[in-house]
Design a binder for this molecule. Structure first.
Ligand SMILES: [Zn+2]
Length: 282
């Protein structure tokens, strides 16, 4: 005889978020909510206020659900995936996604595993805080500058991935040693000169290195990629890190042969017309 399956309550993400937000709003700030069944705890909702930094008059408070909930979830998912596959370590990377009226960006110094949609911060293209109870990533300068200068970019991902960062510490970009370099939208991937993290100077250097490109390395720091959306950016980040690893490995033995500009132009054209990498954000 078939075993009767357990009943299921199906709630879509937006509705679940609204319910949780309502519950959390009813709790006093900082309280977690323990859900009990027959007097025994079965689940615990961690208050979004519990770990908030102690100075939150930083924008509109979160109430009655979080706008752009799915996009916030996509950002958290991409960041967790970055760490899971070793593309980033700890809290060093950051991500942003363009939305109506500005952009969503990861908060400063927060563990991706405990991040919830309300922790993602909304800022204007000028860097003004629009919504959220946390501080935006300290790298908001380059996120804003790049979003402003590259209107077709829907997302930006920044990581300190091992191989791209190792190359960047040598002050080397990635030349046309492999045809896949074209995923960054040009014949090579440049390395932006060093500038202190979180400064306008770094934002300017990054912007220049990204001219006509969808990715760049950042000297003594890491790498950055653009995408149509966060998924596209994630895929491109994986490719750039792979290219950096391959290039470093080849460099360990000798000076790799480079493809000619003419050949790279053929590849770029093929990418534009046939591949999944077509029509990138310029
Ligand atoms: Zn960084």
């Amino acid at each position: 005889m078939m075993k009767q399956s357990r009943p299921v309550l199906s709630v879509n993400a937006t509705a679940a978020n609204q319910r949780f937000s309502r519950l959390l709003a009813e709790s006093e700030q900082g309280q977690d909510i323990v859900i009990t069944r027959r007097g025994r705890p079965v689940a615990r909702l961690q208050s979004i206020h519990a770990e908030a930094e102690p100075a939150p008059p930083l924008g509109t408070p979160v109430a009655g659900g979080v706008p752009d909930f799915e996009k916030r979830m996509d950002i958290i998912e991409a960041c967790r995936k970055m760490n899971a596959i070793g593309l980033n370590q700890g809290t060093s990377g950051n991500a942003s996604v363009r939305v109506e009226g500005g952009m969503l960006i990861t908060p400063s110094g927060m563990d991706y595993d405990t991040m919830v949609p309300a922790d993602i911060v909304k800022i204007g293209i000028s860097g003004r805080l629009l919504h959220g109870h946390r501080r935006p990533s300290s790298e908001w300068h380059f996120h804003c500058r790049v979003m402003e200068a590259r209107p077709r970019a829907g997302a930006i991902l920044h990581t300190h991935s091992i191989n791209a960062t190792a190359l960047a510490c040598l002050g080397r970009g990635i030349p046309s040693f492999h045809y896949m370099v074209a995923v960054a939208g040009g014949r090579d991937i440049r390395c932006a000169p060093y500038a202190t993290f979180g400064t306008e100077e770094l934002a300017g250097a990054v912007l220049e290195a990204l001219d006509g490109r969808l990715a760049c390395l950042m000297a003594n720091h890491g790498m950055l990629v653009l995408g149509r959306d966060i998924e596209d950016a994630f895929k491109r980040a994986v490719e750039v890190e792979t290219l950096a690893a391959q290039y470093l490995k080849a460099l360990a033995v000798g000076e790799p042969n480079l493809l000619s500009d003419a050949e790279m132009d053929v590849v770029l054209e093929k990418f534009r017309t046939y591949s999944g990498w077509a029509e990138p954000a310029r």
